[in-house]
Design a protein around this ligand. Structure first.
Ligand SMILES: C[S@@+](CC[C@H](N)C(=O)[O-])C[C@H]1O[C@@H](n2cnc3c(N)ncnc32)[C@H](O)[C@@H]1O
Ligand code: SF4
Length: 373
């Protein structure tokens, strides 16, 4: 499908998010719901851990640093359920607002379970701009929508409106639930809720079997979307006659646009002068691995003579990948006897620097001395 990036129907938090300008602050993995479609990964789910984007952190300073490296203009606080660690949530939120100013936009994801005056007062005091409630019980049984307590949910939303500027709902688009979602959309519009976000239902390593058990199928081989979710969301968009802002977020928007933009923003801030930023926001550099500095003294000389940017760290020279290719090509022409190895590395500009591709240019066999028997 062609991505509809019409911002008119987007919550303010989403507008920052698609530009890759939101820090994703995962404040805790703790959660008392048990959504069968919960996509959280094994190393986060149910664990009281904090992540700023891909980086596991323990302090507000680390969250601030990650925001700076990514050029973030706001934060999306998620989990788990952030309200289970409300004091921590408020501490991080206040610190970010304090560092970047009150315009640093903050939105938070939670379920209605721990929405109460006390928690909302804390969030208001920390200057939260937007809250998104996920009515987790809505799809609990896949079939028994009637069981869902709409009255109680609406009361929680009304309470949110008393304290937080923008109040919205965010749900996964469970296939064939369009009538129920349409009914919910009309109900929440009447009480002045600002928006409804429908995510394309996605499978992950943790929910895959539970979704399969319920007969959900993959949409295709290239995405993690579930068949029928997009159709349900688009039907809701088409059939809804009210004025509520409804936005459909396909998985391709998350991976292909939002994530890519966030990577590009971070790459621009962390790239060394010799690194190349790809269109996907990954970084490319050349690497020479040596044993003794004497082995590469002539290489260093050549690089210096050619005014190449490079760095030497831990028996490695880091340099521009094109410069490395040219260098190796010339050395090969001169029948140079290689006493180092060299490769090109493509990797994420994230804190874990995950390598996605390695292209070997020179492979030097290690000198293995066999032990005498
Ligand atoms: C993963 S949850 C985490 C935050 C919080 N626990 C919650 O449920 O709102 C963030 C958002 O993803 C949505 N969601 C949950 N499972 C999903 C899935 N499998 N695919 C797409 N969206 C999902 C929820 O509706 C929620 O708005
Ligand atoms: S409420 Fe959110 S974190 Fe908790 S189980 Fe449901 S999707 Fe997962």
């Amino acid at each position: 499908m062609i991505l509809n990036l019409n911002e008119k129907n987007m919550a303010l938090g989403c507008k920052y998010c698609i530009k890759g300008e939101k820090l994703v602050l995962y404040i805790t993995g703790l959660c008392e719901e048990s959504c069968y479609y919960c996509p959280l990964s094994e190393n986060r789910k149910g664990k009281d851990v904090i992540y700023a984007n891909e980086r596991k952190i323990n302090s507000v300073e680390e969250a601030i640093l990650e925001s700076k490296l990514c050029g973030s203009k706001g934060v999306g606080i998620t989990g788990g359920n952030p309200l289970l660690r409300i004091e921590r949530t408020a501490k991080y939120l206040k610190a970010l607002k304090n560092e970047f100013g009150s315009n640093f936009h903050a939105h938070l994801y939670t379920t209605p379970t721990f929405i109460n005056e006390n928690n909302l007062k804390i969030l208001k005091d920390a200057n939260l701009d937007e809250i998104r409630l996920h009515p987790s019980k809505l799809f609990e049984n896949c079939k028994e929508f009637k069981e869902f307590n709409t009255k109680e949910f609406l009361e929680k939303l009304i309470l949110c409106k008393k304290y937080i500027n923008d109040v919205g709902i965010e749900i996964p688009g469970i296939p064939k639930f369009e009538e129920e979602i349409l009914k919910l959309a009309s109900d929440v519009e009447k009480i002045g809720v600002n928006f409804l976000n429908i995510n394309e239902l996605e499978y992950s390593e943790t929910n895959y079997l539970l979704l399969k058990e319920r007969k959900f199928k993959e949409k295709d081989d290239v995405s993690s979307g579930i068949l029928g979710s997009e159709k349900t969301a688009l039907n809701v968009l088409k059939k809804f006659k009210g004025n509520l802002k409804i936005h459909y977020c396909p998985s391709s928007l998350k991976d292909g646009v939002q994530m890519k933009n966030r990577l590009i923003n971070r790459a621009k801030n962390v790239a060394k002068p010799y690194e190349i930023i790809t269109e996907e926001g990954l970084l490319i550099k050349g690497i020479i691995l040596f044993k003794k500095i004497e082995d590469i003294s002539n290489i260093i000389e050549t690089l210096e003579k050619n005014n190449e940017n490079f760095e030497i760290l831990d028996e490695k020279i880091y340099l521009n990948s094109k410069a490395l290719e040219n260098l190796i090509e010339n050395l090969k022409k001169e029948n140079f006897k290689f006493n180092f190895s060299a490769y090109i590395s493509e990797y994420y500009p994230t804190s874990d620097k995950l390598e996605v591709e390695r292209i070997p240019l020179v492979t030097k066999k290690p000198n293995i001395k066999l032990k005498k028997k």
